[in-house]
Design a protein around this ligand. Structure first.
Ligand SMILES: *Cc1c(COP(=O)(O)O)cnc(C)c1O
Length: 425
């Protein structure tokens, strides 16, 4: 039986290799045929479970097929709710907006208009920079080293990754690249450098329409912007009449502990981009929060057919119930402490292998001295039934990104698997 399953799985994978474009990437690092998934596990066709520490690159913060969220979708489907609504007013959208305001915005005393963009993160970013350019009448956007903002041309221009940029084959311009917090190590104030350039009319550097920043750089290797740095960035943007855009597509929706990742710093950005886990179960959905005074669009000026994925609005509303009180963020911060503790232990145990712990919340990882060993660890983990991804300029950081809903015990088991793998490297 097992061999038959194995052969079937092999021939299924051949279909992928024959039919799907070469551009596929995750299926190369994790070469199995997946069939079912529940909470922190994803199962291949033979029924083998894989503990998922990748979480759909941050789009599955509540785990796979979270029962509560799935139930909300099933009952909406059974009731014959609107599925595709363009940008029509629908009850699913209104209920989401009301809850988003009540649960996320009111407690932090921030007011935003919500724009539903096309349903990908990269489209939310396109829309954000388009609006910032329109509002300020300026061209350039300031983006940071090691940033990832998506791969459509406008967003790709902001993304740092050279491999992804080269694929464009056109000039990716109107971007000013600035060093992220800590880029030159401690002791170099990257924003003092930026402030000097922007305040010198002869520096040759244009004052930007906006600064766009990830509070923790997900793809860039889990680099954390310090609270003081974020505050300084907000004040720099304000002093130049530039907008501050927080790309919270990966760090947001609770990944770092609070629903919006910048809450820890107390800043009030002008625009916030959300996608990935906003729908709660991985349905496509993206949005942009805009300070009311900057909501200067003409009707239809940025559009997209799939801005009205109402099933996603329903599941997004269900996901928000996790944030109705402090219990869930307390759970996340308890788990974050556990991860930090275990990763620090691994670093003391394997000082030649590991350089340092990076990240914040359930968005942490370990930096390897030798990037190829991060890759090797990922492969070993996969063979032992665990999925984890690497990030960083050279893939040197192994990301520990479990579902926020994971239990302490399962998290412990996953971290132990990583430790055992390191011991055998
Ligand atoms: C994933 C991601 C994007 C792009 O989102 P897509 O849905 O893949 O287009 C943009 N910014 C950040 C920070 C991301 O992690």
């Amino acid at each position: 039986m097992a061999t038959i399953d194995l052969m079937k799985s092999k021939s299924d994978f051949e279909t992928i290799e024959k039919m799907e474009s070469q551009v596929r990437s995750y299926s190369r690092g994790f070469p199995a045929v997946f069939h079912k998934a529940k909470d922190s596990y994803i199962y291949d066709t033979s029924g083998k479970p894989y503990l998922d520490f990748l979480s759909g690159a941050g789009s599955l913060n509540y785990g796979h097929n979270n029962s509560f969220i799935v139930e909300s979708a099933i009952s909406y489907l059974k009731d014959g709710g609107v599925l595709q609504g363009l940008d029509l007013a629908t009850s699913a959208k209104i209920e989401f907006l009301n809850d988003f305001n009540r649960i996320v915005l009111e407690p932090i005393h921030q007011q935003f208009r919500v724009q539903f963009t096309g349903p990908t993160g990269t489209n939310a970013v396109e829309s954000a920079i388009k609006l910032a350019r329109k509002v300020t009448g300026r061209r350039s956007i300031a983006a940071f080293t090691n940033a990832f903002h998506g791969v459509s041309l406008g967003a790709l221009a902001l993304t740092g990754n050279g491999f992804k940029r080269r694929a464009a084959q056109v000039s990716l311009n109107d971007v000013t690249r600035l060093p992220f917090d800590g880029y030159f190590g401690t002791g170099f104030e990257t924003l003092a450098y930026a402030r000097q350039l922007f305040n010198d009319p002869s520096s040759g550097i244009e004052v930007p329409a906006a600064f766009i920043v990830e509070t923790v750089q997900g793809e860039g290797g889990l680099n954390v912007a310090r609270n003081e740095w974020l505050q300084e960035l907000a004040s720099l943007a304000r002093s130049l009449d530039s907008l501050l855009i927080v790309d919270d597509i990966q760090a947001g929706c609770g990944r770092t502990g609070s629903f919006l990742s910048y809450q820890r710093s107390g800043i009030y950005p002008d625009i916030v981009c959300l996608s990935k886990s906003i729908s709660g179960i991985g349905l496509p959905m993206a949005l942009m929060l805009i300070k009311p005074e900057y909501d200067q669009w003409a009707p239809g000026e940025h559009n997209g057919t799939f801005r009205g994925n109402n099933l996603a609005f329903v599941t997004a509303k269900a996901a928000l119930t996790f944030w109705e009180d402090h219990k869930f963020s307390t759970h996340v911060s308890d788990l974050a402490t556990q991860i930090a503790y275990e990763l620090d232990n691994m670093i003391s145990e394997f000082p030649n292998l590991l350089k340092r712990r990076k990240g914040l919340g359930l968005f942490q990882g370990i930096e390897f001295a030798e990037p190829s060993l991060s890759l090797k660890t990922r492969e070993e983990l996969f063979s032992k039934g665990m999925i984890a991804e690497s990030s960083g300029a050279r893939g040197e950081v192994l990301k520990v990104m479990p579902a926020l809903t994971i239990t302490k015990e399962l998290l412990e088991a996953g971290l132990l698997k990583i430790r055992q793998t390191l011991a055998r490297l």
